[in-house]
Design a binder for this molecule. Structure first.
Ligand code: PEP
Ligand code: MN
Length: 342
């Protein structure tokens, strides 16, 4: 439920609404806007006596949010949310940042070389996994804490923001210590205790769509993070499983405008996992920017043929450089831009 105040409502009238919400056993969330303040009511609002609240001085209207994901919905917040993961790296506004790097952090040389290449090509964030959720327990699982230290080293050298995955609570504490944005992978999209936990850490979260998740599921998962008081959630479309084995996943481009209509949260596109095939990554990255993606996440490796994970979908550095040039042109054509680090 959302209590919309009149534009000239006084702060004591807003306080009065908050007190009433508390009296009825809920948590108020005042959200000052440019013109007026809205007060969100957190909790299961089915039993709220909203007619009483509607009659309080300074209240313009009470909006019952119909969507099951309340705070993630556009009904709750009309203006798009901009999530800034590091100075100048913003998702959800006019800029379309490019996040790239290898699937996994493998060694100091590999990650530093990748970081330099990402930076030189015009990317603004480095992404590489230190904790890897692999389908096989015998596949490379990542370097763990050492991987995070190497990412921090790469940030010190290049200034790139760091995005990396956390698979569990203990890992999330570590990731929060080293990175600028915590990635929650497709396999953990519905790990609700982990979602709640990262909601308390005060770091932006990049939430990837599960491989069998609907957009409704994705937004409900985002709601878990928002409900803990963390407003900085970036969604990520990375493809879903289907009957067709022609590509690794079916990259759902439509998810981008669908999410934009349903939610104020930014959504980035990951055509690397979305297609699983290097030669499909560039065309789908271009299409994603054209479709309105708020950022692009692509895997790039200095030597894809030697990669310990996801080599087949990793771009060669030259391909990545060319892609960024093309994405700039496409972004410009729709009134946006690809930012570079200062
Ligand atoms: C990854 O980002 O490298 C990854 C494992 O992705 P996803 O969770 O989308 O499968
Ligand atoms: Mn990967």
């Amino acid at each position: 439920m959302l209590v919309v105040m009149q534009p000239n409502a006084s702060s004591s009238e807003i306080d009065r609404v908050c007190e009433e919400i508390v009296r009825q056993g809920f948590k108020p969330l005042p959200m000052p806007g440019e013109v007026r303040t809205a007060v969100g009511l957190l909790g299961d609002d089915a039993k709220v006596d909203w007619s009483y609240i509607e009659g309080l001085p300074g209240v313009a209207s009470v909006l019952i949010v119909q969507k099951p994901y309340r705070q993630a919905s556009r009904e709750w917040k009309g203006d798009s949310t901009i999530v800034e993961i590091a100075p100048g790296v913003r998702f959800g506004g006019d800029e379309v940042p490019i996040v790239s790097g290898p699937c996994s952090v493998e060694s100091e040389e590999q990650i530093l070389t990748s970081a330099r290449q990402v930076r030189a090509a015009g990317g603004t964030a480095l992404r590489g996994g230190a904790f890897k959720p692999r389908s096989s327990p015998y596949a490379f699982q990542g370097l763990g804490k050492q991987g995070l230290e190497l990412l921090a080293l790469a940030r010190r050298e290049t200034g790139l923001a760091i995005v990396t995955e956390a698979m569990d609570e203990r890992g999330a504490d570590l990731v929060a210590e080293y990175a600028d944005c915590i990635q929650i992978g497709a396999r953990n999209m519905q790990n609700y205790s982990l979602l709640r936990y990262v909601g308390t850490l005060g770091k932006p979260v990049m939430l990837k769509r599960g491989m069998a998740a609907t957009i409704n599921d994705l937004l409900l998962s985002a709601e878990y993070v928002l409900a803990e008081g963390n407003p900085n959630v970036i969604l990520c479309e990375r493809g879903v499983r289907t009957f067709d084995s022609a590509t690794r996943n079916l990259f759902d481009l439509t998810a981008i405008p669908v999410v934009h209509k349903l939610s104020h949260l930014p959504i980035v596109a990951d055509p690397s996992h979305g297609t699983g095939l290097r030669d499909k990554v560039t065309p789908m990255a271009r299409a994603a920017v054209a479709a309105g993606a708020d950022g692009i996440l692509v895997e790039m490796h200095p030597q894809p043929d030697k990669a310990l994970s996801d080599g087949a979908q990793s771009l060669y550095p030259e391909q990545f450089t060319e892609l960024v040039v093309q994405l700039r042109t496409i972004a410009q054509a729709i009134g946006r831009s690809v930012p570079t680090l200062g």
